[in-house]
Design a protein around this ligand. Structure first.
Ligand SMILES: [Zn+2]
Ligand SMILES: [Zn+2]
Length: 160
């Protein structure tokens, strides 16, 4: 099954008009957005963080644990689409291996490659806020959010 690792999946998550990517906190399940890539020159000088803090509840999580439910469905759809032809090829090999001098095993069906998922759409909702401590890493919080906000980078609370 070593070949299976070679399946490459490319997918693109849409950004909103301001260059922000929708995220979902793995702890509180609420959604916010962070800026995709460095927001400005100062941000470029900082290495990507390994851990980010949820602006809404303040819980930390690793940088790749912030996909929304829709993004997870979308990526899984892309993975299925990319993996199916490879799986089909592997099955062919399995069937050939089953045949011997006195036995013929013939495969009649094929796995169908699923159609890719519908592309995601990103609305220009939510409001931009920048923390006093790490202002180069702005986030977007839901419209009307009135509670304190946590800095994405260090988790420090601040009010807007
Ligand atoms: Zn949270
Ligand atoms: Zn901070």
């Amino acid at each position: 099954m070593d070949d299976f690792k070679e399946v490459q999946v490319t997918y693109e998550l849409p950004l909103d008009g301001d260059g922000f990517l929708r995220r979902q906190c793995p702890t509180c399940d609420q959604q916010f957005k962070w800026h995709d890539g460095p927001a400005n020159e100062e941000a470029e000088q900082h290495a990507d963080a390994d851990v980010y803090y949820c602006p809404l509840c303040g819980s930390p999580a690793e940088a790749d644990h912030w996909f929304t439910d829709d993004q997870v469905d979308f990526i899984q759809g892309e993975v299925h689409k990319a993996a199916m032809p490879k799986l089909d090829e592997l099955l062919d090999g399995v069937f050939k291996g089953l045949s011997g001098p006195n036995i013929k095993v013939k495969r009649t069906g094929h796995l169908e490659t699923p159609v890719g998922p519908d592309p995601l759409v990103e609305d220009d909702d939510m409001v931009i806020v920048a923390s006093p401590c790490h202002g180069f890493e702005p986030v977007k919080v839901p419209d009307g959010w009135s509670q304190t906000i946590h800095c994405l980078v260090c988790g420090e609370r601040f009010a807007v």
